[in-house]
Design a protein around this ligand. Structure first.
Ligand SMILES: Cc1cc2nc3c(=O)[nH]c(=O)nc-3n(C[C@H](O)[C@H](O)[C@H](O)COP(=O)(O)OP(=O)(O)OC[C@H]3O[C@@H](n4cnc5c(N)ncnc54)[C@H](O)[C@@H]3O)c2cc1C
Length: 365
């Protein structure tokens, strides 16, 4: 045995595990099948702009410990997520707040806004919502639903809101204040210099091998370490023998534009149904960039099939049950710890990954 631990996956979860074990005196090797570290939070330098290659990532948390941990490895800027909705050329502030209601109806006071929403809810007369459309209208009325929810949600799920179950939307936060800070988080920001640099800092002094797939070299790799931390897909580890866990996927179309400013904001949601993409991300604005060029990514929500990049786990009964069956197998694997968003088949925000990884590694140490 050359190493105490083999860490499969150089994403956030694997990097934290590696850092903590190394600091506790363990000998660690990190591998990743990709040709870069940082997993899905990877940022790539394009024209001096940090491009979020696997989707826009904004760090936000109420957990002081998670914040203190990440800020050990990067200084964070003061970026605040305030997305804009574009409905057929009309621009609205998100999340729904007084700026949104003023633009939508010309109302000026919170009372007028509340009365308008109530009037629309009453007029719709829905008491027992049978689908997502009825649920949304019963919560915020027709105008907000039609302009800001309907098209976006249909594109996200790939089917009409009348065919989606109402439970998907339990509540729709309505702010009767001029607060358009999307996340209700005490701490928020983007690591200056990009997420890749932050992960590189976490992995400083630790041996990392890229372009190595654990599953393709399982026999020989299993022999080199006493224990394995596996952050890849749990079903792939077991060769899909109980079936395939499903994901929702996203396709990105990234373009370099020869102008300094395309949309004036990092995130613009396209909320009509005709525009095929859900959002356009303009990466430079996560870091208040002043470069001459700009890089934008159009995001298309798409069905996932085996072999595609897995993004969002599908949290329905079928997949939940299948995951539990895989978890039982995983629990019997003895010297393997399954962790992270793919290893635990769970949508984890980055702060949750930090907390979970620190919790799990503390048990090891
Ligand atoms: C589109 C999108 C947007 C998001 N935006 C936000 C956000 O704004 N804020 C937020 O807090 N969170 C966000 N998240 C969540 C965030 O991406 C995750 O919390 C984080 O990436 C999880 O880290 P991880 O290490 O568990 O997984 P990953 O980053 O996926 O790392 C797993 C690594 O394992 C490697 N691997 C897998 N199989 C093998 C194998 N067989 N051999 C070798 N290596 C292997 C992979 O290549 C990968 O690098 C977003 C997620 C998505 C999908």
């Amino acid at each position: 045995m050359n190493y105490d631990y083999l860490i499969v996956g150089a994403g956030l979860y694997g990097a934290i595990f590696a850092r903590e074990l190394t600091d506790a005196g363990k000998k660690v090797l990190v591998i990743d099948k990709r040709d870069h570290v940082a997993g899905n939070i990877y940022t790539e330098d394009v024209e001096g702009i940090n491009v979020h290659k696997y989707g826009a990532h904004i760090f936000h948390t109420n957990d002081k410990k998670a914040w203190e941990y990440v800020t050990r490895f990067a200084a964070f800027n003061r970026y605040t997520n305030s997305p804009v909705a574009n409905y057929k050329g009309e621009l609205y502030s998100l999340p729904f707040n007084m700026y949104t209601f003023n633009k939508m109806w010309g109302v000026v006071t919170p009372e007028e806004a509340a009365a308008k929403i109530e009037e629309q809810r009453q007029a719709a007369g829905i008491t027992e919502p049978k689908n997502l459309e009825e649920q949304a209208i019963s919560l915020v009325g027709t105008d907000i639903y039609e302009k800001l929810i309907k098209g976006y949600t249909q594109k996200q799920w790939g089917r009409p809101c009348t065919e989606l179950p109402s439970f998907i939307i339990k509540r729709l936060p309505v702010r009767l204040t001029f607060d358009n800070n999307y996340f209700n988080a005490l701490y928020q920001g983007i690591p200056m210099g990009g997420y890749t640099k932050m992960i590189e800092n976490m992995l400083e002094g630790i041996e990392v091998k890229l372009g190595v797939d654990y599953l393709e070299n399982r026999e020989e790799l299993s022999k080199i370490a006493g224990k394995i931390v596996y952050t890849g897909p749990i079903d792939a580890y077991f060769d899909y023998k109980l079936g395939t866990l499903e994901y929702r996927s996203v396709r990105f179309e990234t373009e370099i534009l020869d102008k300094p400013n395309f949309q004036g904001n990092a995130v613009v949601n396209y909320t009509d149904s005709e525009t095929p993409y859900t959002r356009i991300i303009e990466h430079k604005f996560f870091e208040f960039g002043t470069q001459d060029k700009t890089v934008i990514s159009r995001e298309y929500s798409s069905e996932w099939k085996k072999g595609d990049e897995p993004y969002y786990p599908v949290n329905d009964d079928k997949n939940g049950k299948l995951y539990q069956e895989y978890k039982q197998l995983a629990d019997n694997e003895g010297n393997v710890i399954f962790g992270g968003r793919l290893g635990e088949y769970k949508y984890y925000d980055m702060d949750a990954v930090v907390i979970r990884a620190l919790e799990m590694v503390a048990k090891e140490i």
